[in-house]
Write a protein that binds this ligand. Structure first.
Ligand SMILES: Nc1ncnc2c1ncn2[C@@H]1O[C@H](COP(=O)(O)OP(=O)(O)OP(=O)(O)O)[C@@H](O)[C@H]1O
Length: 845
């Protein structure tokens, strides 16, 4: 083992050296050195020789290998370098992040700028440390993750911050304008997502589980990202769309009103989540590759600058909306820079164009080195040498970090293999020198707008309480918030670390802060007392109101109890009514059922009746035709009978005439008198009368015991006057009801014949006796006995009955009597001529 021949003197970290103006001369601002970390990557191959070893957490020893150029010319065998911290090859990404980058992110949240760059030869692990890969996330994604975790609850809900293209931000008060901006940003992001996003990156899981300290809960935050590439001393915007269209445009580096440097016209994307930020980074990476193809460049020969800008502004007194004051906006930024490899120009393989490019890159790194050397010199000697920031774009961009205020940290990446010894030695020297550069300690940059701390939380508590009250008691009318109730002794304590040599200053600051707090406390106590008095008065008033309300409550309860009783009684009634309604409904249903049944029966009966009617009509037609046939037959029979009668009567008349002739001969004494029969009907009554003379036969009117009157032979019936009838009938005859009635035009009706006067007095020549009786079948039979009234010789009258009319009614549905089942025709009147009957009546006188 080789012995250490010379050792770099261990550096005593400088005290907060008063800086000259903005890092160059004059003022006595407290400052801190640039913090340099060293990360030693593992050997690429196990067979590789190492020229470096880590001897302590902050010390590394570089041993020149035999192949090194200065191995022979230098008698220096080993060199020791001390840094803020040395990460061994086994150190992981999280360790690296938490030690180096996390404090920068916390400072960012507190409103302080930061610069972190990786420096080293090609292949030493700069990109691995800054970006990492999918399995080993580097510093940048971890910074984003921690940042979004920290500000998650305090992010601006709408896109209210708008970059003004001069490195500042406007606050959009108008909601429409904010939405317009939101739409614009979203469409931009969607456009790039569609074309460039690697789904693996987009689905990136969180890597940093813990949140950061330093968040101000009364602020709202927004994150903006820019990503530029410095190549050949030109700045290219990796998020600009023209990069895809293969037209790279170099951007200008400018200084804003606060003497901060910025890339003018760079695309700045507002991101709301870690995933969105990684997507944007991924887009930049892809465009970077496209750009390198266009420029025929390699990644190791360009510097990548990824900048996170955090914009924050306080919420108003109500803890609800952002304060509409551009001056209240705080912008802080953290630049994560992956510098190009620092290989020397004489390294083998670099010739021609590549050599020139390497020269350019090394020029920019050389400028960085020069700037830092001059800065250190100015700081140490109090000189005022001009720092040539403008000679390179990278140093120009870094100017406000070194010259202004902010944290600057560097990670020196080292590949321990022996082949890289010469470059590594140069890098180590530069890194060592950088640690001597002082950076002004950032002073609080946040604008104090004089609002009470804790107002956002108070607002949240107030809202919870309000919603609770509204849930229980309904809408609250006066929703004014009095956040003066939030008591606070002022902003949080600044970070005081009393370990360093600057403790005296810090104690003075602490005393001042505490005095302010005492004053604040006194005013708060006064305010509290006043509020207590007001509260007591209000409480007293509320107590009185409460007592009144209680008594009112008691009376209302009484009324309520009565109302409840009434309601109960009514409910009972309702139950009864409901049951009776149910009952009625049941009965109604039964009756309806019955009505339906009856209707059905009625229909059946009606149908039957109709059928019967039809049958009846059919029968009627049938009978009509039969009656017609029968009546025709009967009329023929009657005609025959009539003819027969006529013949008979003629015969009788002839007989009579013969007898009359005989009588007249007798009377005239020619022939014996023969009694003349008045009619066939009285033949049997007449007794042959023997003539007074012998040999002659005479007929005489028989004298009955009752004394039958002898007709006056001289009586002549007057034919000049009309016949007058003596109708002899019952007092109340049954109406005949027949169509054919006996025709007796001139008549006198009597119900009884008491003496002869009744017959003679009527001066009637015709007699009609009407009798009514039931026949054997119970039908009413009316008989009219007709006869002539002939005066008798004794002054009386005799009635010779010579005609009988019989009137009878039959039901058409019944068979006619003795008809052998034959029915009568529609004429229900039976008219029958009977044999003539001679009856004589003695004079009644
Ligand atoms: N600490 C480490 N642990 C494991 N692997 C590492 C480490 N550092 C670097 N590597 C690996 O070494 C290789 C080169 O690293 P990287 O690309 O980061 O180097 P570089 O310095 O960025 O090079 P260039 O200057 O060309 O960009 C990568 O494959 C990387 O995975």
């Amino acid at each position: 083992m080789k012995t250490m021949r010379q050792k770099t003197p261990i550096k005593v970290f400088p005290r907060a050296t008063p800086l000259s103006s903005r890092g160059n001369s004059g003022s006595s601002l407290p400052s801190d050195p640039v913090q340099v970390y060293c990360r030693v990557r593992p050997l690429p191959c196990e067979s590789d020789l190492s020229c470096l070893r880590v001897t302590a957490p902050n010390t590394v020893v570089l041993t020149p290998p035999e192949i090194a150029i200065n191995y022979k010319i230098s008698n220096l065998k080993e060199t020791q370098y001390i840094f803020k911290h040395v990460f061994e090859p086994s150190a992981g990404q999280h360790e690296c992040y938490s030690t180096v980058a996390q404090p920068l992110v916390e400072a960012l949240v507190r409103g302080k700028n930061g610069l972190l760059f990786t420096y080293g030869v090609t292949g030493s692990g700069k990109t691995y440390t800054m970006t990492g890969d999918m399995q080993h996330r580097g510093i940048m994604p971890r910074c984003l993750d921690a940042l979004f975790r920290t500000i998650a609850d305090f992010q601006a809900k709408k896109f209210i911050f708008k970059p003004d293209r001069l490195n500042g931000f406007d606050i959009l008060s108008d909601a429409d304008a904010a939405l317009e901006r939101q739409a614009e940003l979203h469409s931009k992001l969607h456009r790039v997502r569609r074309k460039d996003t690697d789904p693996e990156i987009a689905s990136k899981a969180s890597v940093e589980p813990s949140e950061l300290s330093g968040i101000d809960e009364d602020n709202i935050y927004s994150v903006f990202i820019t990503y530029v590439e410095v190549y050949n001393n030109s700045v290219y915007d990796l998020l600009e769309e023209s990069t895809i269209q293969k037209t790279l445009q170099s951007k200008m580096v400018r200084e804003d009103a606060n003497r901060n440097m910025f890339v003018h016209g760079v695309t700045e994307v507002e991101v709301k989540t870690m995933e969105e930020a990684l997507e944007v980074f991924q887009i930049g990476q892809k465009r970077k590759r496209v750009g390198h193809t266009i420029l025929n460049a390699e990644s190791s020969r360009s510097h990548s600058v990824f900048t996170i800008r955090l914009v924050q502004a306080p919420v108003d007194n109500n803890g609800e909306h952002v304060v509409q004051d551009r001056n209240a906006v705080t912008v802080s930024q953290l630049s994560l820079v992956d510098l190009a490899g620092s290989e020397r120009t004489n390294r083998t393989g670099n010739t021609g164009q590549r050599l020139r490019e390497a020269g350019n890159i090394n020029n920019s790194l050389m400028t960085l080195r020069t700037c830092l050397e001059i800065l250190r010199e100015n700081q140490m000697t109090g000189g005022n040498k001009k720092v040539p920031y403008r000679e390179s774009k990278v140093t120009h961009l870094f100017k406000n970090y070194f010259d202004g205020e902010g944290h600057v940290r560097m990670i020196v990446c080292v590949n321990p293999r022996a082949e890289d010894y010469d470059e590594t030695a140069q890098v180590m020297k530069f890194a060592e020198m950088t640690q001597d550069v002082q950076i002004a300690r950032p002073t609080p940059v946040k604008v104090d707008v004089g609002l009470t701390p804790g107002r956002r939380k108070a607002n949240q508590l107030y809202k919870v309480a309000l919603s609770d009250i509204e849930r229980r008691h309904g809408e609250v009318e006066n929703k004014e918030i009095d956040l003066g109730l939030v008591y606070s002794l002022g902003p949080k304590f600044p970070e005081f670390k009393l370990s360093g040599p600057e403790a005296e200053n810090l104690i003075q600051e602490l005393i001042k802060t505490l005095e302010n707090r005492i004053l604040k406390r006194k005013s708060l106590v006064d305010d509290f007392d006043a509020r207590q008095d007001t509260f007591r008065m209000n409480l007293h008033k509320i107590e009185k109101d409460n007592a009144a309300l209680k008594s009112e409550n008691v009376s209302i309860k009484g009324v309520l109890a009565q109302s409840r009783q009434k309601i109960k009684a009514m409910e009972n009634k309702i139950v009864i009514y409901e049951s009776s309604i149910d009952d009625l409904n049941r009965r109604n249903r039964t009756l309806e059922e019955r009505v339906r049944e009856l209707n059905a029966q009625l229909n059946t009966k009606t149908q039957q009746l109709n059928q019967k009617e039809i049958e009846k009509e059919r029968q009627r037609k049938k009978y009509n035709s039969k009656i017609a046939v029968e009546s025709e037959k009967m009329s023929r029979e009657l005609e025959l009978k009539l003819q027969e009668q006529k013949n008979k009567l003629k015969q009788e008349i002839d007989d009579k005439n013969e007898r009359l002739m005989l009588v007249s001969k007798i009377i005239s004494g020619q022939t014996p008198v023969k009694p003349v029969a008045r009619s066939n009907s009285v033949d049997e009554l007449a007794t042959p009368v023997t003539s007074r003379t012998a040999g002659s036969k005479a007929f005489y009117t028989p004298r009955a015991a009752r004394g039958v009157a002898v007709a006056n032979p001289r009586h002549r019936r007057s034919r000049s006057t009309g016949e007058r009838w003596l109708e002899h009938r019952a007092a109340n005859p049954v109406p005949l009801g027949t169509i054919m009635q006996p025709y007796i035009p001139d008549r006198k009706s009597v119900t009884a014949l008491n003496d002869a006067q009744d017959v003679t007095g009527a001066k009637a020549s015709k007699y009609c006796l009407i009798t009514q009786e039931a026949d054997t079948e119970g039908e009413l039979e009316t008989k009219l006995f007709k006869g002539d009234i002939i005066p008798t010789t004794g002054g009386g009258a005799q009635v010779i009955l010579n005609d009988v009319e019989l009137l009878k009614q039959y039901s058409p549905t019944r068979s006619p009597p003795g008809g052998g089942g034959r029915k009568r025709t529609s004429s229900n009147q039976h008219w029958q001529n009977g044999a003539s009957v001679v009856a004589s009546a003695p004079p009644m006188s």
